[in-house]
Design a protein around this ligand. Structure first.
Ligand code: SF4
Length: 459
């Protein structure tokens, strides 16, 4: 068992028994479930919209090289600089270089999972740069020294009382502040930081190939401030975020808003296609776009799992997953949690170390059912299991167990061997891991074979 697998089981076991955690998650996911159907009403045929979005992403991913080159050519013409980073270290080195050049002491950051993936904040901290999260949920998590809990709602596991207590501990505020007052406190702290920061970093919800732009959607206006007030704007975007045309946003923006938060459209939707141009009053002097691979081309090369690159990070599959709802986001110990995280992490990192996530699923298919772009998530979890077995990432006990099982299943007389008592003892002794988290397996008094014979004889 890998180190990560052991720690995953340990953390999941604790969280599953934590009723307070479950109460908070159920409350927040309950609110999400109540608003999503309203958001869906804006589509005359929501399934058709999802199908169309999937086809557009298929086109984008099948032509990824051309799409990214088109993006680069267009945005470069308007003065932005595009940097290609193969892995996290290359991206960090480039950001480090830009920050050093700009003598950056303070940096404002809007919510971006890809910067979590490359552990940007830790890197900046080691360089002596203060990096401030400006999304309220991310700011709460940063104050608490925790990574995001969910890809859309980073502090989903905290109640308003938890946040009031955290602010009181860290910022010395009254522990009885209301959510509105807490937001005001964060606002006052953050506003000053935008003005101080030499550099602003954002992610990109979409990379638009035809016009050479990036699209950002957010509800707080913090991303707009992060990319327009500091003199330098750095975008860190993973390469699969590409869509062919600006026209596609007419579909993707409402789809992302509805499946992400149940809104018809997110409050601030912005397209940026370069730094401030001559004659313009707003915007940074310089803009850099870092296009990050970090394992995506491994997924691209794999025809079966390529589909996972269509993901628009709406978070719907996390909210629908019975496993996620019980074990919570932090048990995964990955940047991307829930079903989509379990699908992509073994490919972004290492199958041997992370295959356990693909087994932590009941394969109920709820994730596939709710996915905004109709990714066959549960099939991909199965595919990961196949790949892990094909690569030989299995233990001796597992291999022997399945061999014996196959032998027994193919021979009726072997299946009929032994009494019910012996069978119960064998399975419950051999499959100790199963028993730890589930009730004991009990063979029925009569096997199906016996019942059939009694009813129909030897037909
Ligand atoms: S896999 Fe689908 S449901 Fe899950 S985050 Fe991505 S787009 Fe949303």
């Amino acid at each position: 068992m890998s180190e990560h697998s052991e720690s995953f089981i340990e953390k999941s076991t604790v969280k599953t028994a934590d009723r307070d955690h479950r109460r908070k998650i159920n409350f927040n996911i309950g609110r999400y479930n109540a608003v999503v159907p309203k958001g869906k009403e804006q589509f005359s045929n929501v399934n058709l919209a999802r199908e169309k979005a999937k086809n557009i992403k298929w086109k984008a991913i099948e032509n990824l090289d051309k799409m990214l080159e088109s993006f680069e050519a267009k945005i470069t013409k308007r003065g932005a600089k595009v940097i290609w980073a193969e892995d996290a270290q290359q991206a960090l080195d480039e950001i480090g270089k830009i920050c050093a050049e700009k003598k950056c002491k303070t940096l404002v950051k809007s919510k971006s999972m890809v910067t979590e993936e490359i552990h940007l904040n830790k890197f900046l901290e080691e360089k002596g740069i203060e990096s401030i999260e400006t999304d309220l949920g991310e700011y709460i998590q940063q104050l608490d020294g925790e990574p995001p809990y969910h890809i859309v709602t980073p502090a989903m596991h905290k109640s308003k009382e938890d946040v009031a207590k955290l602010f009181a501990d860290k910022l010395g505020t009254d522990p009885k502040l209301t959510p509105e007052q807490l937001t005001q406190v964060a606002r006052n702290v953050l506003r000053k930081k935008y003005a101080e920061a030499e550099v602003g970093i954002t992610g990109a919800n979409f990379i638009i190939a035809d016009i050479g732009g990036i699209a950002i959607t957010e509800n707080e206006g913090n991303a707009r401030l992060s990319c327009s007030i500091p003199k330098t704007h750095i975008v860190v975007a993973s390469i699969e975020k590409v869509i062919p045309s600006m026209n596609d946003l007419a579909l993707f923006w409402p789809l992302l808003a509805t499946y992400g938060t149940g809104q018809k459209i997110t409050v601030y939707s912005t397209i940026i296609n370069g730094p401030r141009q001559e004659g313009e009053t707003d915007g940074p002097d310089e803009m850099y776009v870092i296009l990050l691979d970090n394992g995506r081309t491994n997924i691209l090369a794999n025809e079966k799992t390529r589909e996972s690159l269509y993901c628009i990070r709406c978070g719907a599959c996390l909210n629908a997953c019975p496993v996620y709802k019980n074990i919570g986001g932090h048990s995964y110990e990955t940047t991307y949690s829930g079903p989509i995280g379990s699908v992509i992490t073994p490919h972004l990192k290492e199958m041997k170390e992370w295959k356990h996530l693909s087994y932590a699923s009941s394969l109920c298919g709820n994730c596939t059912e709710v996915c905004a772009v109709k990714i066959n998530l549960h099939e991909l979890l199965l595919e990961n299991r196949h790949e892990a077995v094909d690569e030989g990432d299995t233990s001796f006990v597992e291999r022997t167990g399945w061999k014996l099982w196959k032998k027994a299943m193919l021979k009726r007389n072997l299946m009929n061997m032994g009494s019910r008592k012996i069978k119960n003892w064998v399975v419950n002794t051999l499959l100790k891991g199963w028993k730890e988290h589930r009730s004991k397996m009990e063979f029925p008094k009569k096997s199906f074979n016996q019942m059939w014979k009694e009813k129909y004889g030897n037909r």
